[in-house]
Design a protein around this ligand. Structure first.
Ligand code: ZN
Ligand code: FE
Length: 254
């Protein structure tokens, strides 16, 4: 069985440890820093086998070198971005897979936030580790990629089972919710979610992971077909891409 541990670090980053209790294999997703990871490994008496990097940003790869030095783990990242992933060993592209014990981890190519960006999907755990592509009620900023790239990446995630847990790399939920509300103020699922998020954050609890089902109901960036969103934007008859592009633009200035 795969066990997942969530480590909050820096201002709003999440690092995830994935541990297979049969083989003992353990991976860490996007280690922004090394110390908290080493601590959790030690507490559980786990050995690190691999680092899974979704993309090159410092708050996702910052712990790579130290962790590799201390644990001799392998580092797996995006083939398209291999020159920007520190000490990369395993270069991954769409359709590739890794293993944690007998569990398969599938690679989904999802550019947009950066030109090289991948997600790690475990059907066995029902878990998607999507870095800065999809957030609870939001999506990543387009630092390098185009709206069309990001939309295509998000649409790939829509094909996963609805119950899939979405392990995104940041706690951006409360701020994202305010934007979502501004474009779809009468969405009842959004209104109830916002209440639940406010309660969690008041206790400084994580709102992540979310689920795909939850995001399909509340995340404006997965809801370009919503009549209310289209009406808010004045884009009733526009393409999905035009609506998505306008949403991303408005969020940048929100
Ligand atoms: Zn990033
Ligand atoms: Fe980030």
């Amino acid at each position: 069985m795969l066990e997942i541990q969530q480590i909050p670090v820096l201002n709003d980053n999440y690092i995830y440890l994935i541990h297979d209790n049969e083989s003992g294999d353990t991976a860490v997703v996007d280690p922004a820093v090394s110390e908290p990871v080493l601590q959790v490994l030690k507490q559980n008496n786990w050995q690190l086998s691999a680092i899974f990097n979704t993309h090159h940003h410092a708050d996702h790869v910052g712990g790579n070198l130290q962790l590799k030095q201390q644990t001799a783990c392998n580092i797996a990242g995006c083939a398209n971005d291999q020159q920007r992933i520190p000490a990369i060993d395993i270069k991954l592209a769409e359709g590739d897979h890794l293993s944690l014990g007998k569990h398969k981890i599938q690679i989904i190519d999802c550019p947009g936030h950066t030109t090289g960006h991948i997600a790690f999907y475990s059907a066995d755990a029902g878990a998607l580790f999507c870095g800065d592509t999809l957030f609870a009620m939001g999506c990543g900023r387009l630092f390098e990629g185009s709206p069309a790239q990001m939309l295509a990446s998000l649409n790939k995630f829509k094909n996963l089972p609805a119950q899939t847990k979405i392990y995104c790399a940041h706690e951006y939920t409360a701020a994202n919710a305010q934007f979502a509300l501004s474009v779809e103020p009468n969405n009842p699922d959004l209104l109830s979610t916002i209440e639940r998020v406010a309660q969690l954050r008041a206790q400084q609890l994580a709102t992540v992971p979310t689920t795909l089902e939850q995001e399909l109901a509340t995340n404006p960036f997965l809801r370009a077909d919503s009549p209310e969103i289209r009406a808010t934007l004045g884009l009733q008859k526009a393409s999905e891409l035009a609506v998505f592009t306008e949403l991303r633009e408005r969020k940048n200035n929100f």
